[in-house]
Design a protein around this ligand. Sequence first.
Ligand SMILES: Nc1ncnc2c1ncn2[C@@H]1O[C@H](COP(=O)(O)OP(=O)(O)OP(=O)(O)O)[C@@H](O)[C@H]1O
Ligand SMILES: [Mg+2]
Length: 295
Amino acid sequence: MSESDPSGAPAADTAIAPAAGSTDAGEFAIRVRDLCNAFGTHVVHENLDLDVRRGEILGVVGGSGTGKSVLMRAIIGLQIPESGSIEVLGQSITEARVDADISIRSRWGVLFQGGALFSTLSVGENVEVPLREFYPDIGDDLLSEIARYKVLLTGLSDEAGAKFPSELSGGMRKRAGLARALALDPELLFLDEPTAGLDPIGAAAFDQLILGLQHTLGLTVFLITHDLDTLHEICDRVAVIADKRVIAVGTIPELLALDHPWIQEYFSGPRGRAAMAAHVADHGMADTAVSAERA
Ligand SMILES: Nc1ncnc2c1ncn2[C@@H]1O[C@H](COP(=O)(O)OP(=O)(O)OP(=O)(O)O)[C@@H](O)[C@H]1O
Ligand SMILES: [Mg+2]
């Protein structure tokens, strides 16, 4: 994909705007309003708004360095914003310190961009970490049984649970990170570039794993990705970050109907067209009518 800076962004009212304030708050797992994030004089987000609906897989795209990971970190309370409000599962993140409010943190799981497994712990022990933190009274046998179940849930074998991260392939490490993210039976899953570095077959398998888990467990998924196949295959909607804010949210056909240079280049460039053609070949034209015409 192109990593060029977007230019000529449409005014906010020409984008598919986040839902209006009057909408039922229970409909949304995440609500972000007027968010501003900065590192010193470097402003990353300015008046950013975003709604994530309960039960959806929302893809988050944008050029490298546009602030996708910073947005995720702000939503889970790891980045203190300059201003704005963030509500997750009905609770304000910006008004309470998340590390003090343990209950909300147990309702989401996170797979960080780099995986972030503890290298000195086995896969199973990595999965046990959040369980030990939130349920210190659970006995060792039950802990390892829950961890084993989570490892198997992500398609890893029992043997993989005893291995250290350095003994795993990149794809297996992603699954191990996912197993840890699922440790506490979260309602909300944050995934930062989950298929980066995987071969196409491994990436497709990981996509199907996420889709299957989302259906089975009723998860809401906030999924940052550069992977066009992932966007087409599993995302209900896609949010585009450019110019320090979310410039549009919608299905891919809805986004393609917008006259924005970065969006057009991203989805209608050679790689975007290839991903779309593959999706149409697999699933037919029904949900890609607008985009397919432009391919
Ligand atoms: N801890 C930090 N201190 C200073 N600047 C930071 C910090 N974290 C992120 N940034 C800056 O914020 C901007 C957004 O970073 P972020 O990691 O969110 O980008 P991204 O959209 O996730 O990019 P990529 O697609 O490459 O992962 C970048 O310019 C980055 O240098
Ligand atoms: Mg990032």
